[in-house]
Design a protein around this ligand. Structure first.
Ligand code: 13P
Ligand code: SF4
Length: 320
């Protein structure tokens, strides 16, 4: 509608005026992903967002995603202004892993290598030896296991359980979950599979292990998009946030995608998966952040930044 077109136009001009670039996650709304593409920004998974923001010459990054993504950008590029449409956009994994308690957990197991999922605060990252995203978690834990290291893993218990199963590494887990992926259930997914027997099932590993077990491909958002392109199937049932359909449909216009149901019973999607925090990233909020960064700019404590830079740096070097 006219109001939205107006915001788009204004944002485009503001991005140029402020030497800013839009860095968006695959779970943001389609209009935001489209705008990032049109303006030379990126639409990406959390690992690629970190890399893009670090390497892009713009002096201001607008991170459309959730807070940990903005904090990661600031840790990697402290000299850049990092804005977010709203600082309220958090993540249940981040909320469920407060630093005081996580420190206690780590202190109880000083012999273990602390491997932390990127969906956490800068303070938790500073406590970690390694950061991982779902793109590189499996390879990094495999590598550490081969070195004979034992792992303290946090905060996503489902991703941790999946990695433990795949690698057989010695892991103890923090008890956290993504509220969006936690809602996928095997019963409903099996019912849907029965309706579409020729569909391949794509699952993000933040989903429960029994749901992951039903998958034909498991992976990060970017890996699931690649699977949709590479697999010969014409139909896919996708267990992750529905924001991902924008890119899947764009890259595979002739294929058919179905949202995996999040309800416990039945094969229809009663409450389809969409992260409430990703949904906070609207065009108006992006526009407003460019007009007035007050209350929308990311700052990180300098000591924490140095600690987090070490663990993030290991991840980036490993997956380069
Ligand atoms: P990806 O790293 O796969 O993009 O996942 C980030 C995230 O928050 C998924 O819920
Ligand atoms: Fe966090 Fe889940 Fe939202 Fe991703 S989808 S940002 S893991 S709450």
């Amino acid at each position: 509608d006219a109001e939205k077109i107006d915001y788009k136009g204004k944002i485009k001009q503001l991005l140029i005026d402020k030497n800013a670039v839009l860095v968006a996650h695959y779970y943001t709304d389609p209009e935001i992903q489209a705008l990032a593409e049109e303006t030379g920004g990126c639409v990406a998974d959390s690992l690629e967002m970190a890399r893009f923001g670090k390497e892009h010459p713009a002096t201001t990054l607008i991170v459309a995603g959730v807070k940990f993504m903005g904090e990661t950008a600031k840790v990697l590029t402290p000299h850049k202004t990092v804005l977010m449409p709203t600082l309220e956009a958090t993540c249940s994994l981040d909320l469920g892993c407060p630093i005081e308690e996580f420190n206690k957990f780590c202190d109880q197991h000083p012999e273990r290598t602390v491997v932390v999922y990127a969906n956490t605060s800068t303070a938790v990252k500073a406590r970690a030896d390694w950061i991982v995203t779902s793109s590189c978690a499996l390879e990094i834990v495999e590598h550490l296991d081969e070195q004979g290291e034992t792992i303290l893993w946090g905060p996503d218990k489902h991703l941790g359980a999946y990695i433990e199963k795949q690698t057989d590494a010695d892991m103890i887990m923090w008890d956290g979950a993504c509220i969006v992926h936690d809602e996928f259930k095997t019963k409903a997914l099996n019912d849907m599979k029965a309706l579409h027997p020729d569909a391949a099932v794509l699952v993000h590993p933040e989903s429960p292990l029994d749901v992951v077990a039903l998958a034909d491909a498991v992976g990060s958002t970017s890996q699931l998009i690649k699977a949709a392109q590479d697999m010969p199937n014409q139909k896919f049932i996708v267990a992750t946030d529905r924001g991902i359909f924008y890119k899947m449909q764009q890259l595979c216009p002739d294929k058919e995608f179905f949202e995996a149901p999040t309800a416990g019973e039945g094969a229809t999607c009663r409450s389809c998966a969409h992260c409430p925090w990703m949904a906070m990233n609207g065009l108006k909020a992006i526009h407003d952040s460019l007009i007035d960064g007050e209350g929308r700019e990311i700052f990180v404590d300098n000591d924490l930044r140095e600690g987090a830079l070490k663990s993030l740096g290991r991840m980036l070097d490993f997956s380069a």
